[in-house]
Design a protein around this ligand. Sequence first.
Ligand code: ZN
Length: 253
Amino acid sequence: MNVTSKLLSVFKVDKQFRGLRSRLSAAEKFLAEQNRQIEQINAKKSSLEAQQRQLAAAAANFEGEVKRLDARMATIREQMNSAQTNKEYKAFLTEVNTIKAERDRQETSALEQMGKVEEVKRQIDELEKSRAERERMQAVAVSDRDQRAAEIKDKLADLQNQRDTLARDIPKDTLVLFERLVQTRGDEAMAHIEEADRRRHEYHCGSCMMALPIEAVNGLLVSGKLTRCASCQCILYIDEELAKSMKEPAGKR
Ligand SMILES: [Zn+2]
């Protein structure tokens, strides 16, 4: 095997490796999104609960005031019964009416606050429902992630072994160059040569479509020596099928 074929084998194994990993990454990303949304719901819920406590405390204050005014009115009514003069009686009556008006205002405020407490409670119930729903999705996401991780575990180890074996056979500097290209170009680190017109010697890079000199194509065909596209820098190779047909005598085609 020449160096380009060896690199191509490593490239194909790497591609499978990345493909398997990316399915797992997608599952991990989905799970992270569920976790994020649950945290968001929890934060919103705590804020609503704090609001609920404040409103309930305000309602209790108004209710306390109502009770205090009721007690005060009861006392005055007793005093009214023992009023000595009509003038005294009227004075008590005026006071009772004033307190009664104030008591009604306090009661209205208490009811208003309690209404708000109910509204906040309704919002909290809604949040709990959507959290329960989200937690079901989170559970699905966890099992999906675990299942995918388990599915690919052996395959990844197997691919790693294959790669180690293949890589051992490639010159160190070539491998470093190749790995650097994979880092920057991923699946475009290597590209096949495309044939546009054999008679006119027109070939181009399968990645960037730039025309390639016929010497480069011939070099690859004959010795499989390391050949890079001058334009996009990828490492070039010739598909088995194309190589086979290019090696056939012209008359046979
Ligand atoms: Zn190119």
